[in-house]
Design a protein around this ligand. Structure first.
Ligand code: SF4
Length: 372
């Protein structure tokens, strides 16, 4: 089974299901109300077929996100795993995860677990009806409180929840209440996402000082309760870290299937990134054929990208290991900003490691901007 210790980057598959029953105002992901579900399932199978045989690396993790993957019938996932088995080397898969909404019924959870997922992430967002209303998210409050137990009873061996914070209409007190309610449910994994405002139509971000206070206090509570923060937004009990996401931060390659899904594949030291068009109709007409090239990162850019990703992890960057992998000293990549960020209390360094401080996590975009 999985291990939370160090592991080398591996190859993974992400599948994007672009359907949600409720379209939350704050959400940036590509999603639509469910329509032509059977045609979508067929298109996804055709996309898998189209790359079958082109990937020789063994797959180590599968993550189905969205959107709301639990909108699709569980029977689809039973056939999906068979399909993936035929197309890829799946014998060494360490982790299979799916995102669900708290409303997902017990029978459906059982079928998803039996289909092959052992890890589930429940998109709770908040337990507080006022906070949900401020986010433009709709849900029956009670379903969230029973969702962790329902997922466990259904057979999932690792159950995580997501919470959102730092948006207008939410107080610091109500967010800490969310954390305390989450702890009563005893999930294995907790993700805390601060709101990122993209336009003026949805909820607004709150001021940085209040957001920082929310993050610092929630982190203190979670760590005191035995959750290890392993990345800026993610906390887990021992051995419940999400390997799929850790692989992103360790610069592993991945293929994304479904509309808007991103891919990153390395060949001869050059990393190509692309994403499928965020357009359901175009996807169903030619799955995976309408793509946007995002970047081609040669040896001169790869180390900076890898450094930025690695710094998201609380363990930071092992300097010697990084030099071995990328041929560049991360201290050189950061140049004079390393000293500046150290003096500002955003970065801590030792002879062996560079890592973000708690304050650095709060201002990580500033640090990453300087690296890139
Ligand atoms: S937050 Fe989740 S449920 Fe809401 S629209 Fe986005 S993906 Fe769908």
């Amino acid at each position: 089974m999985k291990s939370a210790g160090w592991f080398p980057p591996f190859f993974s598959i992400y599948i994007h299901v672009p359907f949600c029953q409720n379209l939350c105002d704050f959400c940036h992901f590509y999603r639509e109300k469910p329509r032509e579900v059977e045609a979508f399932l067929d298109a996804l199978a055709r996309e898998i077929d189209s790359i079958s045989g082109k990937i020789s690396a063994p797959v180590r993790s599968v993550y189905v996100g969205g959107g709301t993957p639990s909108v699709l019938p569980a029977r689809f996932y039973e056939s999906l795993f068979k399909h993936l088995d035929e197309a890829f080397f799946m014998d060494g898969v360490l982790e299979s995860s799916i995102e669900v909404v708290p409303e997902t019924g017990t029978d459906e959870l059982v079928r998803l677990s039996e289909a092959g997922f052992e890890r589930v992430s429940i998109g709770i967002k908040s337990f507080n009806p006022d906070s949900l209303a401020a986010l433009g998210a709709r849900r029956e409050e009670e379903t969230a409180e029973g969702s962790v137990e329902a997922a466990r009873n259904a057979g999932f061996t690792s159950v995580g929840i997501d919470l959102v914070y730092a948006f207008s209409g939410q107080t610091e007190g109500s967010f800490i209440d969310d954390i305390q309610t989450a702890l009563l449910l005893d999930p294995d994994h907790i993700s805390l996402y601060s709101l990122v405002q993209s336009d003026d139509s949805g909820p607004r971000e709150i001021d940085q000082d209040t957001a920082a206070a929310m993050f610092t206090e929630s982190r203190r509570i979670l760590v005191a309760r035995g959750y290890r923060q392993y990345e800026i937004c993610n906390f887990a009990k021992p051995d419940h870290e999400c390997l799929h996401n850790i692989n992103y931060w360790r610069d592993g390659d991945f293929i994304g299937l479904g509309p808007s899904a991103h891919s990153a594949v390395t060949a001869e030291g050059t990393r190509s990134r692309w994403r499928n068009a965020a357009d359901l109709a175009a996807y169903m007409a030619g799955p995976g054929s309408v793509k946007e090239e995002l970047s081609v990162e040669g040896p001169e850019i790869r180390p900076a990208e890898a450094l930025m990703l690695a710094l998201r992890q609380t363990e930071g960057v092992d300097i010697d290991h990084f030099i071995l992998g990328y041929g560049k000293d991360p201290r050189m990549i950061m140049g004079p900003s390393l000293k500046r960020f150290r003096e500002l209390g955003l970065i801590r360094t030792s002879a062996k490691r560079i890592r973000l401080t708690t304050r650095g996590m709060l201002l990580s975009n500033e640090v990453f901007g300087a690296i890139i």
